[in-house]
Design a protein around this ligand. Structure first.
Ligand SMILES: Cc1cc2nc3c(=O)[nH]c(=O)nc-3n(C[C@H](O)[C@H](O)[C@H](O)COP(=O)(O)OP(=O)(O)OC[C@H]3O[C@@H](n4cnc5c(N)ncnc54)[C@H](O)[C@@H]3O)c2cc1C
Length: 398
């Protein structure tokens, strides 16, 4: 039987997320977005309050003290948060994605050391470092070959690994306390065989931060460069077998893309809500502009895109829990919803017209935020190409 009915528990968490977003995130977001210095307006009170309510640890199984949320529930919460502010949502979303790695993808001894650091500290955020200045899409496994993709070097030295190189654009960069780093351990083969993953804490000798990225949108998300200079990491903090560092990316694939899509969905919904309200109140031609057919057509197109996106996100989230996992659904979902959000923002801008272009109105921020997911989580085109590789039977690699 096919059902799109949420459980009472899911409806409860959705409402809690909406209330939290409306009380804490939305009133802060617009002004924080205007802060010219990147990272300066980040609000730790929201993180602490979110921790108190269980949002930060929502993806951790309940028997380990977390919220035990499945992917669909996470997407419900993500949409609510992102409708208030997609940037701040990323701070939580990185915790949802990577706490699953802390639980499922690392060894027992490592989990014992690292997991309590995340659970017990209401300010502990998580991050992952894949992208590098010279290696963006190439690090996402569309093309494999020597010297293609990830080049941050990890060289074995007795019981340690010595890391050298730079990651950039990293969400929660500088504000996270725990980082997963995918590094190159063999340049003679592709990243599918030549990368290895490590876990490292903020403050570890040889690990520092470069600039904060000054972004067009998602300004309430902190993105920074990670710099490794002769950074010694003990072998016991290597979290994948040598050469299988991309395992983390495949472990992430179940949740990462659909949660990114859920953020874009929140942006699309906000664009629609703001445009509908404006259209009901803005009077031209002797009546609210919602009374003009051209505006009705635009509102309907937005409603259609939001509805289709939500259905795609929910279905993909449910599929993400099913075995065998078929990655192409989530690879198709993120670009679809990201493009839908961008289109909704553009239509919304047309409905708001001159006022939409002004910083005093919400559409301008929505437009900038909507652009973020055309590339974040991997570029849309690369997602589509990877999806095609799967359903054309050209690859088995996530
Ligand atoms: C807001 C934001 C947050 C981010 N957070 C993180 C993070 O937390 N951690 C992290 O590791 N990374 C992060 N990233 C990086 C993100 O994953 C990369 O930006 C993305 O993978 C694209 O890489 P690139 O920007 O270097 O583009 P490039 O790889 O330079 O791509 C440029 C263009 O070429 C196209 N292209 C590239 N290769 C191919 C190909 N083989 N075939 C066809 N077309 C191709 C792309 O589609 C794109 O249109 C973030 C990015 C943003 C914008």
């Amino acid at each position: 039987m096919v059902s799109f009915e949420l459980s009472e528990e899911q409806k409860g968490i959705q409402k809690l997320a909406r209330d939290f977003a409306n009380q804490y995130i939305r009133p802060w977001a617009a002004e924080a977005d205007l802060e010219p210095t990147p990272g300066k307006s980040f609000d730790w009170n929201i993180i602490r309050k979110g921790s108190e309510l269980g949002f930060r640890t929502l993806a951790v199984p309940s028997e380990l003290g977390g919220g035990g949320a499945d992917l669909l529930t996470l997407c419900l919460v993500t949409e609510e948060f992102a409708a208030a502010d997609p940037g701040l949502t990323v701070a939580f979303d990185q915790c949802w994605k990577f706490s699953r790695l802390l639980v499922e993808s690392i060894g027992d001894e490592q989990r014992e050391r690292w997991f309590p650091l995340f659970m017990d500290d209401p300010e502990c955020l998580l991050a992952i470092g894949i992208t590098e200045p010279g290696h963006g899409s190439d690090s996402f496994g569309l093309v494999y070959g020597p010297k293609i993709g990830i080049q941050l070097e990890a060289k074995r030295d007795v019981d340690d690994w010595v890391l050298n190189g730079t990651k950039h654009y990293i969400a929660n960069g500088n504000i996270a306390k725990i980082y997963f780093i995918i590094a190159r351990t063999d340049n003679a083969v592709g990243i599918d065989e030549g990368c290895t993953s490590f876990i490292v804490a903020k403050g570890h000798p040889g690990f520092s931060f470069g600039r904060y990225h000054d972004k067009m949108g998602h300004r309430n998300e902190v993105n920074a460069e990670l710099i490794f200079e002769n950074c010694r990491i003990p072998d016991r903090d290597r979290v994948t077998p040598i050469g299988q560092g991309l395992k983390f990316q495949s472990d992430l694939a179940k949740g990462s893309h659909v949660e990114a899509a859920a953020i874009a969905l929140g942006i699309a919904r906000r664009a629609f809500d703001e445009s509908l309200e404006y259209a009901r109140n803005r009077v031209q031609g002797g009546k609210p502009i919602a009374g003009h057919q051209s505006v009705q057509l635009m509102l309907s197109e937005m409603a259609m895109l939001v509805e289709a996106s939500r259905n795609f996100v929910w279905r993909t989230a449910i599929r993400g829990e099913e075995e065998p996992f078929e990655p192409h659904y989530s690879l198709l979902c993120k670009p679809f919803v990201a493009e839908a959000a961008f289109k909704c923002a553009k239509i919304g801008l047309e409905i708001w017209a001159g006022m939409g272009y002004m910083k005093e109105a919400p559409m301008e921020k929505i437009m900038r935020d909507a652009a973020g997911y055309l590339h974040s989580d991997g570029s849309n085109k690369v997602h589509l190409l990877k999806a095609a590789q799967f359903f054309c039977g050209l690859t088995q690699k996530h």
